[in-house]
Design a protein around this ligand. Sequence first.
Ligand code: SF4
Ligand code: SF4
Length: 352
Amino acid sequence: MSEPGPTGQTATAVDEIHILWTSEGMSCDGDTVSMTNATLPSIEDVVLGLVPGLPRVHLHNKVLAPEVGDEFMAPFHRAARGELGSFILVVEGSIPNEKINGDGYWTSMGNHPETGEPITVNEWIDRLAPQAWAVVAIGTCATYGGIHAMAGNPTGCMGLADYLGWEFRSAGGLPIVNVPGCPVQPDNFMETLTWLLYQAAGLAPTIPLDEQLRPTWLFGKTVHEGCDRAGYYEQGGFAYDYNSPKCQVKIGCWGPVVNCNVTKRGWMDGVGGCPNVGGICIACTMPGFPDKFMPFMDQPPGGTLSSTLTTGYGALVRRLRSITNRTANQEPKWHHNRAELTSGYQPRWPRR
Ligand code: SF4
Ligand code: SF4
């Protein structure tokens, strides 16, 4: 069974696939750690073959691997030589510009077997990405550069699509798949990976991506649209410190303009979700993060106008709703159209 890719190319279904995962870019390994909290499905279920229909998966991730040194690096070298078979390349961490590294290098993974010299992450990406069935960037550093790419950084760091080009296509005919987040929301990544594995098996259509190469079903809504506090916003109820359950836009929340689903999905197994539990949204999933959203604790410029408009309208709506709420809290009058109780006992207290 096969599935046409976005370029019209036909990918062949696979029954066994490797996941070559490098977190050696500018990274804190936080996306790997976050991913281990996924439940829909868990990485353990995928690797142990407990999800029906998926190809057999071999995971190579340095944080989780029992192998070390040359033994861990062996599948990467085999893949570079075209000897590994089908694989998905997962890139974690932003990509430095090795053309401005002076006399050294910014970041590396393993050594050249012949020379013993370090192999830069950039060289690994150059070798592996064109051969990979799919290429996935995990976390905001790998997708759009993230914190390492902020103004003034000396490394020239960038996201994977800026490094390989936004028109890049993998051997499976796919664009880069971006799953941003700082760190990535665990189930967002595992759901994306599972879709790709089903697609590789010939059991799913081509993964739908938006213009920023994010899965559409995960990043199509804003934080605000799923926020537990959105009712306060609409009624002009705003927090002025972090001890309030009200909307946090005046203390720096960017939720109304940020594509992220954690207010709906939570962080781990449905629990949490930044503004739901008292954290302002600092837009960590966005291509403009962090520069466009700093300083983090200040009210977003657009928030001043929208919250001012909402304050007047919201006060009126809140007043009208409180009246309706009082009447909704009363039973209909025909529930009380009998002079006496219909129960068989005599109350010891005066009746209303
Ligand atoms: S806390 Fe943020 S996301 Fe939630 S309602 Fe307020 S502005 Fe929107
Ligand atoms: S709600 Fe905002 S800060 Fe929290 S994960 Fe989503 S984008 Fe990042």
